[in-house]
Design a protein around this ligand. Structure first.
Ligand SMILES: [Zn+2]
Length: 216
């Protein structure tokens, strides 16, 4: 099994009069997170963790902050692109662990909603998505929200390809030899099994031309 790890981090300042969205969930709060997009600090950290796991750059590589197309954009767009990068690289997500660092609002009562939303977006079971929260004690960062994210991904194993007839039968001549031997045994070879049919008898057991198209 081939596994890889990815780590992401993000921060946004709180700003009055802006809707607050964390982990794709709209939260009632007097302030939201300032940003060119919707400022969803948690989705940005997870997006970077996913991109990092497959060494595909970071969120700014794909969505430059000065690009007007991403003004007030739903951060689910960024996350979906990172999910595509994971899939294109032939991997799937095993689990996601995150930590929010913010003074307010309290995350614990809504952590389950955020986990459900993220699990839904990443197509994971709820127990594969963790959202923890801490207050920024002693950091003088009460006006800032930070998010840390770690993801684990694993290579999707290709199922064994079924062996094709063309692989078993190495060439036409080999096939003819095998069939000829079988036929000679079925028809009763007077010289005993396993001995090649020769002479006039050979013509009696002449094989029809084998059409390889029939066994593809
Ligand atoms: Zn951000």
């Amino acid at each position: 099994m081939s596994i890889r790890i990815g780590q992401g981090w993000d921060s946004h300042a709180f700003k009055p009069g802006v809707p607050l969205k964390i982990g794709g969930v709209a939260i009632e709060h007097p302030e939201g997170l300032a940003g060119h997009s919707d400022g969803d600090v948690l989705l940005h950290a997870i997006t970077d963790a996913l991109l990092g796991a497959v060494a595909a750059g970071d969120i700014g590589t794909f969505f430059p902050p000065n690009d007007p197309r991403w003004k007030d954009a739903d951060s689910a767009i960024f996350l979906n692109l990172a999910i595509e990068e994971i899939q294109n690289a032939g991997y799937r997500i095993i689990n996601v662990d995150t930590t929010l660092v913010l003074a307010a609002p309290k995350i614990s009562p809504i952590a389950i909603d955020i986990r459900e939303r993220i699990a839904d977006m990443l197509d994971l079971e709820l127990n594969a998505v963790s959202v923890k929260a801490k207050t920024p004690e002693g950091m003088n960062l009460d006006h800032v929200a930070q998010a840390h994210a770690t993801v684990l991904i694993e290579k999707i194993e290709e199922p064994d390809r079924p062996r094709t007839m063309s692989a078993v039968i190495e060439n036409q001549r080999h096939l003819e030899e095998v069939v000829e031997d079988l036929v000679s045994q079925v028809h009763g070879n007077p010289e005993g099994p396993g001995v090649s049919v020769r002479g006039p008898l050979r013509r009696r057991v002449t094989l029809p031309t084998f059409d390889t198209d029939d066994i593809t």
